[in-house]
Design a protein around this ligand. Structure first.
Ligand SMILES: O=C(O)/C=C(\CC(=O)C(=O)O)C(=O)O
Length: 307
């Protein structure tokens, strides 16, 4: 039993997800997911902004197998702060089938970075979503970026669309591949060809080192319908945004479940139905293979990619 009490109103991950109708291609990677604790083994960080339910590596890997994925990229969740032990433990027990993205502070040593590299970490996450983290000075982040670049790692950035103009200069100064979480969280009630999303597309167009995860429709959708009760065309308002990114940048997109879906307030999606969202945004077998296999393999397992 964990001594932690969940944040009031916390929604637990969906137990017993459906079998997806969409069969992901062989070797598919769930490139954005998390583990939470378990809190009794890997305590949540004192500075956390939420206390989740537990979501263990065994539960994550059972979901991977159920959905038909071959591998995972486990992203450090903010409830663990810069204590990467739960994430690293998941990598170490994955049989080489998981890579990770860490959160580190300036005080991290070269030995600690190397140990994380040996465990399978290939990136760091810089989070700018104010409800999730306290502010970290940009000079500290740039210093970290310079250090992890030497290991061949990349930077994952999480921010909300309205903050892109202010963060632009910082993002474009990063010396690594830069992966944006969830398309920079567009407001999907605005037009897909409006100025806000256009700015994000311009960010990707002008910077070939910028990639995007086209994930989290359940977080971005305003109008639904929800991925529940067998819904085969969920989150229709997100489709034009994600499809646009997939079609314009087919070799720089990633997809992930975001299991166990931290901080959802409205509903918890059925992960099987979330997989059924994929063919709505990557509409050909070629685009699906790039999104789910070729791109994540190039970024996270380059040593296994020939040529
Ligand atoms: O899981 C996500 O991608 C999004 C999150 C949580 C998060 O990033 C974290 O806790 O680290 C969110 O929007 O609350």
């Amino acid at each position: 039993m964990s001594e932690f009490t969940k944040t009031p109103g916390w929604l637990d991950w969906y137990a017993g997800p459906s079998q997806p109708r969409f069969q992901v291609p062989e070797g598919a990677v769930d490139a954005h997911c998390h583990v939470f604790g378990p809190g009794a083994e890997f305590p949540y960080a004192p500075e956390r902004k939420y206390t989740p339910c537990d979501a263990s590596k065994a539960q994550l890997y059972a979901l991977r197998d159920h959905l038909g994925f071959a591998r995972n990229v486990v992203v450090q969740a903010t409830c663990h702060g810069a204590d990467n032990r739960a994430m690293v433990d998941a990598l170490v027990h994955s049989g080489g089938k998981a890579r990770g993205v860490a959160t580190v502070r300036r005080s991290v040593t070269d030995e600690e970075l190397q140990a994380m590299h040996d465990a399978g970490v290939r990136g760091v996450r810089f989070n700018f979503v104010k409800r999730l983290v306290d502010f970290t000075p940009k000079d500290e982040l740039l210093e970290i970026a310079g250090r992890i670049a030497k290991l061949g790692w990349h930077v994952v950035i999480y921010f909300e669309a309205v903050d892109l103009p202010e963060l632009w200069d910082f993002f474009t100064a990063l010396p690594t591949t830069v992966v944006v979480d969830h398309m920079g969280r567009p407001d999907v009630s605005k037009p897909v060809d409006g100025p806000e999303f256009e700015l994000f597309l311009k960010f990707m167009r002008e910077h070939p080192n910028v990639w995007s995860k086209v994930s989290c429709p359940e977080r971005l959708s305003v109008a639904g319908p929800k991925a529940l009760d067998g819904e085969q065309a969920a989150y229709r308002d997100v489709v034009p945004f994600a499809r646009k990114v997939v079609e314009e940048f087919p070799d720089r997109v990633l997809w992930g479940t975001d299991w166990p879906h931290p901080n959802l307030k409205d509903h918890m999606p059925d992960d099987g139905l979330l997989v059924d969202f994929i063919p709505h945004i990557a509409t050909t077998p070629e685009l699906q293979r790039q999104l789910l296999v070729d791109n994540p393999m190039r970024l996270y397992w380059p040593e296994e990619v020939k040529g």
